[in-house]
Ligand binder design. Structure first.
Ligand SMILES: Cc1ncc(COP(=O)(O)O)c(C=O)c1O
Length: 284
């Protein structure tokens, strides 16, 4: 079999055949050396060698590549610190006292635990759909969707079993009741094509240290533009979609003062839900 990349890029391959990319992905020497060079330069020389434009390009270049990899609009892609962080943000955005999320209990904890926290925080109901070897997981999830379902959240490739979900089919079923679909693609992106826009998914999250050959602490979050416009982000910062350096808007985050999407934060909280008292500069 032809290698996609020179095997000499990985020290481990001189000792063995490495089959654990799905657990701790190897990073090619070229990427590692570039990262160390960058860290050294910034640590030792700060802005003497890093212009404002080059600094902005660090994230913009990554976001552009990520948009291609995820099949997502550029404006929807954010760089975050881990899948857990992205999923926690989505769980905070999409949970409510009268909501119900469908989960796969054997899914990776980063995908399910944020919803357990949402249940404690505001009473979000959880419906569990087991991933059984005898059943088609897409059908099982679709079959569990009911009138009370507001979210389905699952990994498109299950880390424990390798089961794959037909995301487009699941989205079509969820839309019948108006439910959102959040998809973990950590065990997919980099190994199997991902098509957020083609699937019609509301949000994707992808950790970096598996098939993307990144170090820990880097992950991708993509939020469909209608969802981003409808619900304020729980946390916001410069690594989420932003105004481009040229000043041209490329995202609904954050809304400019006076935008119709810019509205005051709720003062009356839905039963027991603790939302932050302010959203972002310019709101209210
Ligand atoms: C399906 C899945 N999602 C997420 C992660 C990693 O999540 P985090 O970035 O929160 O460590 C893993 C790691 O094994 C995984 O298998």
């Amino acid at each position: 079999m032809d290698s996609l990349i020179d095997p000499r890029e990985y020290a481990a391959l001189s000792e063995c055949t490495y089959l654990n990319q799905a657990s701790l992905g190897l990073i090619p020497r070229a990427s590692l050396e570039a990262s160390v060079r960058f860290l050294n330069d910034v640590a030792q020389h700060g802005n003497l060698r890093l212009s404002d434009q080059a600094e902005a390009e660090v994230l913009d270049t990554l976001r552009t590549a990520a948009a291609g990899l995820l099949g997502a609009p550029l404006a929807s892609v954010a760089v975050v610190g881990g899948a857990s962080e992205g999923l926690s943000q989505l769980a905070a955005m999409l949970s409510s006292a009268d909501g119900e999320v469908i989960l796969v209990p054997s899914d990776f904890p980063s995908v399910t635990y944020p919803w357990l926290a949402a249940r404690v925080r505001c009473g979000m109901r959880i419906r569990r759909v087991p991933d059984r070897a005898t059943d088609d997981l897409t059908q099982s999830l679709a079959g569990a969707i009911g009138a009370r379902t507001t979210v389905v959240c699952a990994s498109a490739v299950q880390y424990a079993t390798g089961s794959r979900i037909d995301v487009a089919d699941l989205v079509a079923k969820a839309r019948r009741v108006g439910a959102r679909v959040v998809v973990g693609v950590t065990q997919m992106a980099g190994a199997v094509p991902v098509a957020m826009a083609g699937w019609g998914a509301d949000a994707l999250v992808c950790s970096g240290y598996k098939w993307l050959s990144a170090p820990g602490g880097v992950a991708l979050l993509a939020v469909a533009e209608d969802l981003a416009a409808a619900i304020p982000p729980w946390s916001a910062g410069k690594a989420v979609p932003h105004r481009s350096t040229s000043g041209r808007r490329n995202s609904p985050w954050p809304p400019a003062p006076g935008d119709s999407s810019c509205r005051p934060c709720p003062t009356a909280l839905p039963s027991g839900c603790s939302r932050p008292s302010s959203c972002w500069p310019g709101s209210g």
